[in-house]
Ligand binder design. Structure first.
Ligand code: NZQ
Ligand code: ZN
Length: 393
């Protein structure tokens, strides 16, 4: 039977406030009777004046602060914020930071209202995977375009003791609004800019590089966004080319890459993320750096499974029109590697400090987290994942 676009529901209620001086309009978007808790990360928002702007913009009677949400936010740190919320009675949260702060706040918002042990919000070997029934309302101010979390319903949390990095999704944790000021990206170091380009690039690929079902809208959107990242990526990471439109295009692309527009009705394959998360758990490598180290091996090992889409990727994204189908695929894989290298991203495991002797641990962690039959067809077994790790060495 001819593959079809599957039935879907698309729902995305996040109000996006995009452009200059949006923080100054913050007050209009948070009800005036709320007791607001501002949450942030390791201090960049203090250093670069964003927190001061936020505090000045709010006229609410009580505004509290919780700092210290770390990159790859942990359950343990987030639970301290939950305690503070319960003790002091905050009823609106405001996340100011990158994906880690926003993901942390999504979990905190759900945990503050959760009946039972909040680790049960997660499945995948960590908890009972109970549905989130309600969450505190929150808004976000994004300082790092990368994850798309500012416009989706997912949160990724790390458990220090359990050595796990797992996600949950719920419509209850869509932000009420997200402020996207491209100028907030001006203070990002080159490494984080490259991470952001790469994370968004891989998000698009994981929703696209599967098998064709005739989803023209999804495919064309994905191909367009990929071409934009290829075009602007090297300039975004080149600080001498700092430019408003460049950063605005980067920011909006990263958001659209994972607000579910690309994934509805078509298959998805989040195996690069699954394999990458285990590397972060192992040695704390930045999220995006695990992805660029793994993706070329996924393309190589899964070539036959992804054949048609790889040919399409070669032709429509890279403009490779000459040669046999296999030559086009191989050229596209090479172009992908060259692209990552051009923005100083790792393209193999040794560049992210993973050696052959670590592979057993990575594979057993995949198993512990229920990732033994992943990919678009669920046929990526632990043996296939092992082969991908080996190929990526
Ligand atoms: O902590 P501070 O001091 O704020 O510094 C951060 C952090 O050190 C810094 N930074 C952020 N904005 C800055 C800035 N430095 C200077 N100027 C700015 N404007 O950048 C560092 C990294 O921040 P982080 O938030 O960790 O990065 P990112 O946005 O890449 O988020 C990564 C997390 O998101 C998860 C990842 O797994 C990882 O935990 N993801 C979430 C997803 C989702 N919810 O849908 C999907 C993604 O695939 C991803 O898994
Ligand atoms: Zn990601």
């Amino acid at each position: 039977m001819k593959p079809e676009i599957s039935d879907f529901t698309f729902y995305n209620p996040v109000k996006i406030l995009f452009g200059r001086n949006k923080i100054e309009q913050l007050d209009k978007h948070i009800p005036s009777d709320k007791k607001v808790l501002i949450l942030y990360g390791g201090g960049s928002v203090k250093r670069f004046g964003t927190l001061d702007r936020v505090k000045q913009a709010l006229s609410h009677e009580t505004v509290g602060e919780f700092g210290g949400i770390e990159a790859n936010p942990t359950f343990e740190t987030c639970m301290q914020a939950v305690e503070l919320i319960k003790e002091e009675g905050y009823d609106y949260l405001l996340a100011v930071g990158g994906g880690s702060v926003i993901d942390g706040v999504k979990f905190i918002a759900a945990a503050a209202e959760f009946d039972g042990n909040p680790s049960d919000i997660f499945g995948k070997g960590v908890g009972a995977g109970k549905p989130v029934q309600s969450a505190l309302p929150f808004g976000t101010i994004l300082t790092l375009p990368a994850t798309g979390t500012e416009m989706n319903e997912t949160s990724v949390i790390s458990f220090k003791e359990m050595k796990a990095k797992v996600s949950f999704s719920s419509w209850e944790v869509f932000p009420k609004f997200s402020i996207l000021e491209p100028e907030l990206t001006y203070t990002l170091p080159k490494r984080q800019l490259a991470n952001g380009i790469t994370d968004s690039f891989i998000h698009i690929l994981e929703q696209y590089l599967t098998y064709p079902v005739g989803g023209k809208v999804q495919d064309e959107f994905a191909e367009g966004l990929l071409r934009i990242l290829i075009e602007i990526g090297p300039d975004v990471v080149d600080e001498s080319k700092l430019d408003y439109n460049l950063r605005a295009n980067f920011m909006w692309t990263a958001t659209l890459a994972l607000n579910r527009l690309l994934s509805r009705g078509v298959p998805g394959d989040w195996s690069t993320h699954a394999l990458g998360h285990e590397i972060t758990v192992l040695n704390n490598t930045d999220h995006a750096r695990t992805l660029s180290a793994i993706m070329p091996a996924v393309m190589t090992v899964r070539k036959l499974k992804k054949w048609d889409k790889l040919v399409q990727y070669a032709e429509k994204v890279w403009g490779i029109l000459d040669g046999t189908e296999e030559e086009k695929i191989d050229a596209a894989i090479l172009k992908t590697i060259i692209f990552f290298k051009s923005i100083d991203m790792p393209v193999n495991l040794s560049e992210v400090n993973v050696q052959e002797e670590d592979i057993d641990t990575l594979v057993s962690q995949l198993e512990a987290h229920g990732n033994d039959s992943i990919s678009e067809r669920g046929d990526q077994t632990l043996d296939v994942s092992r082969e991908i790790y080996r190929t990526a060495l």
